[in-house]
Write a protein that binds this ligand. Structure first.
Ligand SMILES: [Zn+2]
Length: 510
């Protein structure tokens, strides 16, 4: 902080809870250490009159100041695969993109991809990234590297290891019977059982018992999906979450296949993964359900009753043909929602503006009747909703005294905001990310006037370029193998779509 003890973000239009989101008032924001100390008009004058010279001024004139966005669902493992694919069903994409399909990656690749993803998030105004880290085979050194990399670039990170103990071939309806047996080994899930290591025990011993010593790092748990985890693994998850007060992230009902799997395999829970998690004690405010597309009305009610959160991922849900989540019903039930940008290989962009806009548009086309103002809801999901998913709703995601100083300044002298008819609607429906100029995380300026201050961005791009030949060679091999599997994939896919699961969340035009 250049020897200064505080920052004053001065004269910006500040988007605060309780103020008019269409016409936010001009105010100053005083930051001391990592937190907001005061918000209000005229603070700059008061500070000048007091003779304090330990405050650095960040001029926010003609800028919109918003809380930093929270990317509430993301995986760093396939950052280098953006732009590699067209639309593809989720179950096919899994075979193209998930780490068990690939040889073990190098340290250089882990570092390059983690940095690149974090920088893209920061440049889109995301100050918190929830990384459901997927390492296969698990290597503690690689997990250390991910955590160190986030610290180096300066982004706030909610890190959850993704784990499972049921093989992929047993988690999708009809896969075991449609594929020849010698191909079963290729039908992996996000995190195949790894008998060589106990990731949860390692994580507790290494990171949880002594605290992290990193005030921008939050540890979380990442059971891959209920149908990929045994009751014993869910029990350990519940115990660890309770012992350390940790948030839990999992995938639920992303595709029709996942709903059908529940109907077929969980008859003792009325074919419901939500009822299973309720019985196992995992539902509650610490649990976050990524996707939540194929939810039944009674399951939505259970989520509302237990204050369980949902994370909507509009970009990947549409590109992977997963369907449209029941946003209106979740809103009506009062379920807290966060927003994520998910994997780079299937969303192609870590861009909260795209996610917010699609959140509104998906809600619009899923109900013929007019609904609530979705721009405000999308903005809340991207900020305070995301903060609540991380268990930080009382200190993150808003610009208020005592809250962590994670702020983004957007240039209002940009065509996106001219004329300024509604700040929040233009933020959600018009802005694409071009206006993001300055990003502050934990009271530190990480991007200033478009320049990344914590690292040499060109050097990071060179690290990526150096690793790409090896990555692309492996990607091509995986893509070729997936082509050979395609007839069997399609056979299973057709059988899944011929079944009933009690709803349809994909627009089929029929
Ligand atoms: Zn995911």
């Amino acid at each position: 902080m250049n020897g200064k003890s505080g920052l004053l973000v001065s004269n910006g239009r500040v988007m605060r809870a309780g103020s008019d989101p269409h016409d936010p008032p001009v105010a100053d924001i005083l930051i001391e250490g990592s937190r907001v100390a005061e918000v209000g008009p005229g603070l700059r004058k008061t500070i000048a009159e007091s003779g304090r010279d330990d405050i650095e001024i960040v001029d926010a004139t003609d800028h919109l100041v918003v809380p930093g966005f929270v990317n509430a669902h993301y995986h760093s493992h396939d950052v280098l695969a953006k732009g590699c694919m067209e639309e593809t069903p989720l179950e096919t994409w899994r075979l193209l993109a998930l780490p068990p399909q690939y040889p073990k990656r190098s340290r250089e690749e882990i570092r390059a991809r983690t940095l690149l993803g974090a920088i893209e998030c920061l440049r889109s105004g995301m100050t918190t990234i929830q990384d459901m880290v997927t390492l296969f085979p698990f290597d503690s050194d690689h997990l250390d590297l991910v955590v160190d990399t986030y610290r180096e670039v300066g982004i706030r990170a909610v890190v959850a290891l993704q784990y499972a103990d049921i093989r992929g071939v047993d988690t999708v309806p009809f896969w075991r019977e449609c594929f020849p047996e010698d191909m079963h080994k290729f039908l992996s899930s996000a995190a195949e059982p790894d008998k060589n290591s106990d990731q949860l025990a390692y994580m507790e011993e290494k990171y949880l018992k002594g605290g992290s010593g990193n005030d921008r790092l939050v540890w979380a748990l990442g059971p891959s999906a209920p149908e990929r985890c045994s009751p014993d693994l869910i029990r350990r998850t519940v115990e660890l979450s309770e012992r350390y007060g940790m948030p839990v992230y999992t995938h639920i009902y992303e595709s029709k296949a996942m709903a059908l799997q529940a109907r077929q395999e969980y008859r003792e829970f009325d074919g419901s993964l939500i009822r299973r998690l309720q019985k196992e004690g995992l539902l509650g405010p610490r649990l976050n359900l990524a996707h939540s597309i194929w939810l039944l009305p009674e399951e939505i009610e259970l989520l509302a009753q237990t204050n369980t959160n949902v994370v909507i991922n509009p970009l990947s849900n549409m590109k992977l043909k997963s369907g449209i989540p029941p946003i209106r019903q979740l809103e009506e039930a009062g379920v807290t929602m966060g927003l994520g940008c998910d994997n780079c290989s299937c969303s192609d962009a870590q861009n909260m503006f795209q996610a917010m806009k699609l959140f509104c548009l998906m809600a619009a086309i899923s109900d013929p009747d007019p609904g609530p103002d979705q721009a405000v809801n999308a903005f809340q999901a991207a900020t305070s909703g995301g903060a609540r998913t991380a268990g930080m709703g009382d200190e993150l995601g808003a610009i208020e005294p005592g809250f962590l100083a994670d702020l983004v300044l957007l240039n209002l002298n940009d065509p996106s905001f001219v004329p300024l008819n509604s700040a929040v609607r233009q933020l959600v429906y018009t802005e694409g990310g071009r206006g993001v100029e300055t990003v502050i995380v934990n009271g530190e300026v990480v991007i200033r006037d478009g320049v990344l201050e914590t690292m040499d961005e060109e050097a990071v791009f060179q690290e990526v370029a150096d690793i790409m030949p090896e990555f692309l060679e492996d990607y091509c091999k995986v893509a070729e193998r997936t082509e050979r599997l395609r007839p069997y994939i399609e056979k299973a896919h057709k059988r899944i779509w011929a079944e009933e699961v009690g709803m349809n969340r994909l627009f089929t035009g029929r």
